[in-house]
Structures are given as C-alpha cells and as structure tokens.
Design a protein around this ligand. Structure first.
Ligand code: TTP
Ligand code: MG
Length: 477
C-alpha cells in the first residue's frame, strides 16, 4: 500500500501567490484589490526614481556580451507550430485554406475551441472560447471536431525533425520546443542560418508552418517567437535586447496573468520597459516569488537550462460531457476511462506520478480541484483510478449541482519508480500494463476496457482502434 497524504501547495507556490495585503474595509475582493493597489502604489512612491540605464542596476541587464564574453552567449531557438490543430485540418483538406477554421466541436455543441486558424482569429475567436461564442463572432467559420490522435502523429514527426538539428531539445507542449544550438558550434558555421534551415525543413517534412524565435535564453527566444508569429523568424541580436523588450506589452511575459495585469495597470505599468522602474523588493512584496521572476524576465535575464528529459512535468486528461451529468456511476465511468488514457500516456512516457489531481467543473462553471501527494510514485491504472475516485467523491457529494466536466492529472512525474523501502518490490504493475498495451497494439485501444469503462457504451460512439470518442478529449500539457 502506498502511504498517501493530502498535498499542500508547494512552498514556492504559496510564496508565489499574490500577497494582496490587508483586505478593504468591506472585505470584498474588489476592495481588497483596491487596497492592494494602494499599498503597491505607496511602495512604489516610497522608492527613489530608478533609471536602470543611467546607473548599473543590482543585477546586470540582459545576458550576452554585457555580462561576459560574447562566447558565453547561448544560442537558444524556440519553435512553435502556427495554429497547430487547425493547420493540420487545412493540410488534410486544402479546400479549407484561407477560411476561418475552428477546431474543438460543432457550433451548437458544448465545450470550447481548442484553437482556430489565423483567419478566424481576425474575428476575435481564440483557444478556450466557448464554441457558441465563437459561432456568434464568426458564423461563416468551418467548425471541426478534431482528431487528437492525428495531431499527436504530426507532433511526433515535428519533434523527430527537431532532434536531428541538436540533441538539446526541450519539449514544452505538443507543438512547441526550445533547442539549444550552443553545443553544436562545430557543426554550424552560422547558427542563424542553421535555425532558418531548420524552419524550412520542418515546413518541408511536416507540411506545417512554424514560427521561430532566437535569443540567448529561453525567455528571450520565446518572446521572439511571439513577435515572429505567424510563420516568421525573429532573432534578437546581441545588444538588441533592451530595444526589443522595452515596448512589449506586460502580458507578453509568461506569469503575468489577468490579476497581475490589473494590479500593474493600476500602477500605470503597460509596457515591459515600465517595469524596469520597479525595484525587485517592491515586485517581491507585491507578487512574492513570482515578482522575482517578473523582475528578472523583464530584464531578459533567464538562467533556466534546457531540460531534455522526455518525461513531461505532468499529463492530464479531461472531458466536457455532452450534457451536464449527475449520474454517479456514469461520472465514475468517465473518470475510469480518463485514468485509462492517462496511464497509457504515463507508460508511453515512462513516467510515474507523485501527485494525482482530480478536477470537477459544475453546471455553474465553478471548478474544484483535489490533489493527493503520493510517497511512492504510481503508474498503474487500478491504483490511480482508486485514488482519483477517492478524490472525486467528496467533490460529487459536496454539491447539488450536476457536472459539466471531469479531469484527472498526474504531475511531479519521475522517470523510474524508486525501490520501496518497506514493501516487497514487484514489477507486476509494469507487466500488467505492458500486457494490456500489447493486446491493444494488436486489436486496438477498445479491446481491453474495464466493466466500469464499458458503461460509456450508452453515451459515446465506440471505435475499436480509438476506444470511446469523447466529446472533447483534452490535451496533455
Ligand atoms: P498553441 O501553440 O498555444 O496554439 P496554436 O498552435 O493553435 O496557435 P499559435 O501557436 O499559432 O498561437 O497550442 C497548440 C495546440 O494545442 C493548439 O493548436 C490546440 C491545442 N490547445 C488546446 O487544445 N487547448 C488550449 O487551450 C490551447 C491554448 C491549445
Ligand atoms: Mg502553436
């Protein structure tokens, strides 16, 4: 048995949560926000005016020649496929080229758009938008349900091409990666040319357009890609960092979400350059550890290495139902099926989870999450389902509302299951998983399902190869 305890947020997370200071007199969130803004403004006003370029800041600005010899500069390439799912649909059906295409479901269906073509973005449609809203904004769009397995195979082809350019590839999502060319100095007379050649090669071999950003570290390369989108190439040259960063909107920095933006806008901070006037201590006191990241990233400083391990940080599977659901047995059947798909991904990625999380979204769109930290990381379907069920039942019993979505997530993944100290070691779970995969490899995913999963027969179309075709099969992120 695995000893398991309810997880608390990690200390880093706790510290990173915005410390909004004393609540307003009426204790409402709006009053608390206003009080936080007042406190932040006071903190800012109490600082002497800072001009980061007039006098050397505590931490030097920007990596590269300014902070060391030019040779120490890394050459990081960030690549992201443009409108990925929609582009695959267009590639396979050229009649869609030039049209607004929305992937995720049909206009009258529940659920959200996974993505859309750039033609649809002109009408304000974006990932995560309810399909009905997308239809209102762009009724002439072509709506497609999408096929995750198909996108997965394009993704695999994409990463195969990337790995031919350098061994140092970090996969950050299904269509996005960082590459470090620095170690390949002897292979490439010009890094820039090599990055451009890689872009052309991806397009040739996958048929998909990608955007490429180049910089001396991950944050700058990623921001360069944003500038390059769609289908562009943008390199931040040595010494060009300041000019590049100054005018970018603050929300282009990862980690600056809607709440942080509201607070910063109250301080009249709109652009990354405006952030430079805020001392690190002030950002830290307002946003905790997240404030330190904002301080460093806004200056183009980022020492994070490229993480080449193929084990992702987390794997999740979730689905929105065709109709809100209240039937407990059917809800558990969904949960079991999602656990099955999740553990398949764990086996494929050789990952074991230290944390299992279950998500429930109710009919009123309120979302609740429960997590459990495991002392021994797990991969096996039966055990993960048992924990997911234990986490889910209080979410189900604690409300009178029907549910519109359930999800399960495995995180803090490690590559190998450590040998247990107090239990006999057994490789039975691995052998069972491998046996199931062998049968499925021969006869399709649907060939091996538990009785509980089989209950979904009443709800969804069943395909032998793919199993049940859920309404929205979500991504692994
Ligand atoms: P993104 O790279 O974020 O988006 P994109 O490739 O569609 O568009 P672009 O990069 O040009 O801005 O995500 C890659 C794919 O992941 C996307 O095509 C669909 C899927 N996805 C979801 O399913 N849900 C989401 O919320 C997001 C953001 C993406
Ligand atoms: Mg993309």
């Amino acid at each position: 048995m695995n000893a398991a305890t309810e997880a608390r947020p990690s200390p880093r997370r706790q510290a990173a949560a915005p410390d909004f200071g004393p609540a307003g007199l009426d204790g409402s969130p709006a009053a608390a926000r206003a009080a936080a803004a007042r406190a932040a403004r006071a903190a800012v006003e109490s600082c002497p005016p800072v001009s980061p370029f007039a006098e050397p800041p505590a931490i030097p600005f920007f990596p590269g020649p300014r902070s060391g010899p030019a040779a120490a500069r890394r050459f990081i390439v960030h690549v992201d496929i443009d409108a990925f799912f929609a582009s695959v649909e267009v590639l396979l059906n050229p009649a869609l080229r030039g049209l607004p295409v929305i992937v995720g479901g049909l206009p009258h269906e529940r659920g959200v758009a996974s993505t859309c073509s750039y033609e649809a973005r002109r009408y304000g449609v974006h990932s995560g938008m309810a399909l009905r809203t997308a239809y209102k904004l762009c009724p002439q769009a072509v709506f497609v349900r999408g096929n995750y397995h198909l996108y997965q195979s394009f993704s695999e082809k994409f990463f195969r091409v990337l790995r031919q350019a350098t061994p140092d590839v970090e996969e950050t999502s299904i269509d996005e990666a960082y590459l470090d060319f620095t170690r390949c100095r002897h292979l490439y007379p010009s890094f820039t040319e090599a990055a451009r050649a890689l872009q052309a090669r991806i397009e040739r071999e996958t048929g998909l357009k990608v955007s490429v950003g180049v910089g001396p570290n991950k944050i700058l390369a990623k921001l360069a890609t944003k500038k390059a989108k769609p289908a562009g190439f943008f390199e931040i040259p040595p010494g060009g960092e300041e000019g590049f960063l100054r005018g970018l909107p603050i929300d282009s920095l990862p980690g600056i979400g809607p709440k942080t933006q509201v607070l910063l806008r109250m301080l009249a901070i709109q652009k990354i350059g405006d952030l430079w006037g805020l001392p690190r201590g002030t950002l830290h006191s307002i946003f905790g550890l997240g404030g330190d990241d904002i301080y460093l990233h806004s200056r183009g400083i980022d020492s994070r290495p490229i993480v080449t391990s193929t084990v992702p940080k987390s794997v999740s599977r979730e689905t929105t139902f065709l109709e809100d659901l209240w039937d407990k047995r059917l809800l558990l059947a969904h949960l079991a099926y999602l656990c099955d798909r999740l553990t398949l991904a764990l086996r494929q990625g050789h990952g074991y989870a230290h944390v299992i999380e279950v998500k429930a979204r109710y009919a009123d769109f309120r979302t609740e999450v429960r997590r459990r930290l495991l002392l021994t990381p797990l991969q096996e379907m039966g055990e993960i389902y048992r924990i997911a069920e234990e986490l889910f039942l209080p979410l189900y019993h604690g409300t009178r509302l029907a549910l519109r979505l359930v999800g399960v997530k495995a995180s803090d993944l490690v590559r190998a299951r450590p040998l247990p100290l107090f239990e006999a070691y057994s490789d039975k779970p691995e052998r069972l998983g491998a046996a199931v995969d062998t049968v499925r490899g021969k006869y399709g995913f649907g060939a091996v399902l538990t009785v509980r999963e089989k209950m979904l027969d009443a709800v969804y179309p069943f395909e032998r190869d793919r199993g049940f075709v859920l309404k929205t099969a979500s991504l692994t992120r």
